[in-house]
Design a protein around this ligand. Structure first.
Ligand code: AMP
Ligand code: MG
Length: 487
């Protein structure tokens, strides 16, 4: 276990030089106070969990100090936002502090979000507000605990520094961890500015640092693109299986590693609704829940376009064509497991679709349905779950088919079935209203609720005595919170 001062830095991205990023020092925020830290994320850096109690911890992650070996850089990128190409983005408020190498030889980018002005801040103030920092923290650590690929969050530090959004708020900083902060938009920037040598240099860097196995292939860049397609398909399948809505799937928010990246107005579905749009600013519903699949494919095409100087178009097309079948296979696999099925049958996809259509019609709570299904033997569960549906005849027909389907797998050991289902169906899910309640307390200076919510959500599959209130049905107001892009 290490102390803060013992972290070992390597700064491979910084060494690529000024074409790719600009050296910028963090601008500290006033009177830093630690809101919450993640012991699981600290473990990724081999940090002693006790380190977060030191005053230096909050000061460090509020920009007041810097490690000697850190090389803070603002990265340049561009990207397609809501379908339109924006040529000039880049990190307007986040700094890559450096890469830390842990005892297992893993590299982790330390990224300080809300660190102040950079050359890419455009009209922005370079800051992040407390509420959005808490939202990213909670989601990062919760998705990780659910087994959904994501960037991680080490901590949130609050301050008294004022920032102005729709109202006066205070600035916070979030320390994000990721094996890489490379986005699709990084490649788009160098493609559209016709800096094809820099594009190649960036792709070489990505290969060496993040896709070493592709190096061994006959066509390394083509292999890397194929792997990005595969990873993205796997991640999006889990989003859809767990009802996660990202909300802002711009290509600058797409991770080259297929991680869930840049949390904004995200939501986990409460009542199942395929058409749900979680971003209040998304008027056309471009990033609705069901659109996430075609949008991910569209975003991959945008990345493919940016790689055309390096990879033959035919090869890019072949990899892109893999996306949908891969997505469907991953999605169906996870949905079978969520339904407690151990084998695959041809009719399973239709069985899932019929269930979702019934849920949609009845406004059935998505997460609770699956957890309840594992709580007791299937036939008994059907009787109880039935009450939540409106098309009772439709539900009965589905339930009969589901029970017959499950029976074809042979006799069940009930306690084994329960354990197997509970291992994939969370008891606790990060509902927007839970985040909202914790944020409101934090804005009043009480960080207890954020810390408790984080602790509960970091063990989402375990029944946690005394924490039942976090697993309840959401209140009606909680289903209709308006979360916008403002952050
Ligand atoms: P986002 O919607 O948070 O992914 O941000 C889109 C782009 O705007 C990114 O390039 C951000 O770095 C930048 N940005 C967002 N908020 C701010 C801010 N308050 N100040 C400066 N730049 C920002
Ligand atoms: Mg972003």
């Amino acid at each position: 276990m290490k102390t803060l001062d013992q972290l070992a830095f390597d700064n491979r991205f910084a060494r690529l030089g000024d074409t790719f990023s600009t050296r910028v020092l963090p601008q500290p925020i006033e009177q830093p106070r630690l809101v919450v830290a993640s012991p699981a994320a600290m473990a990724l850096l081999d940090l002693d969990p006790g380190e977060s109690a030191r005053p230096e911890f909050a000061a460090l992650f509020a920009g007041h100090r810097l490690w000697q070996d850190a090389e803070p850089r603002a990265m340049v990128y561009s990207g397609h936002q809501f379908g339109m190409y924006n040529p000039q983005l880049g990190d307007g408020r986040g700094l890559l502090l450096g890469e830390v190498v842990n005892a297992r030889g893993e590299y982790w980018d330390l990224h300080l979000k809300g660190a102040g002005y950079t050359p890419y801040s455009r009209m922005g103030d370079g800051r992040a507000v407390l509420r959005s920092s808490i939202r990213e923290f909670l989601a990062s650590e919760h998705l990780a605990a659910l087994g959904i690929p994501t960037t991680r969050a080490l901590c949130v530090v609050a301050s008294t520094t004022p920032v102005y959004r729709e109202r006066a708020e205070t600035a916070a900083m979030l320390l994000r961890l990721s094996p890489s902060h490379l986005r699709f938009g990084h490649f788009e920037f160098f493609y559209y500015t016709r800096q094809h040598e820099a594009l190649r240099q960036l792709a070489e860097h990505a290969l060496d640092c993040h896709f070493p196995a592709c190096r061994e292939q006959a066509q390394p860049f083509a292999a890397m693109f194929r792997e990005v397609v595969e990873r993205t398909a796997a991640t999006i399948a889990l989003w859809q299986a767990y009802g996660f809505c990202h909300g802002v799937m711009n290509t600058d928010n797409m991770s080259l590693l297929g991680l869930t990246f840049d949390y904004g107005p995200y939501a986990f579905l409460d009542d199942f609704d395929a058409h749900h749009v979680c971003n209040h600013s998304d008027d056309s519903g471009r990033y609705s829940f069901e659109n996430q699949v075609p949008i991910a494919h569209w975003n991959l095409s945008a990345l493919g376009q940016a790689l055309t100087p390096l990879v033959a178009v035919e090869q890019l097309r072949e990899s892109l064509a893999l996306f949908l079948p891969l997505y469907q296979a991953h999605y169906l696999d996870r949905m079978r497991r969520r339904l407690g099925l151990r084998t695959a049958e041809d009719g399973d996809e239709v069985l899932v679709q019929r269930l979702l259509a019934l849920m949609q019609q009845g406004g059935v709570d998505y997460s609770r349905f699956f957890r309840s299904l594992g709580d007791e033997p299937a036939a008994a569960a059907m009787q109880r779950l039935r009450e939540d549906f409106v098309d009772l005849a439709g539900f009965d027909a589905w339930a009969a088919d589901y029970l017959a389907r499950a029976a074809r797998e042979g006799a069940q050991d009930e306690s084994e079935r329960r354990a197997r289902m509970h291992a994939v169906n969370p008891r606790y899910i990060l509902r927007n209203y839970l985040a909202q309640q914790a944020i409101e307390a934090a804005e009043q200076g009480d960080y207890g609720p954020v810390r408790e919510l984080h602790a509960v959500l970091s063990r989402p599959f375990a029944d946690q005595p005394g924490m039942e209130r976090y697993a309840e049905r959401p209140p009606e107001w909680g289903k209709h919170l308006e979360i916008s892009c403002s952050s």
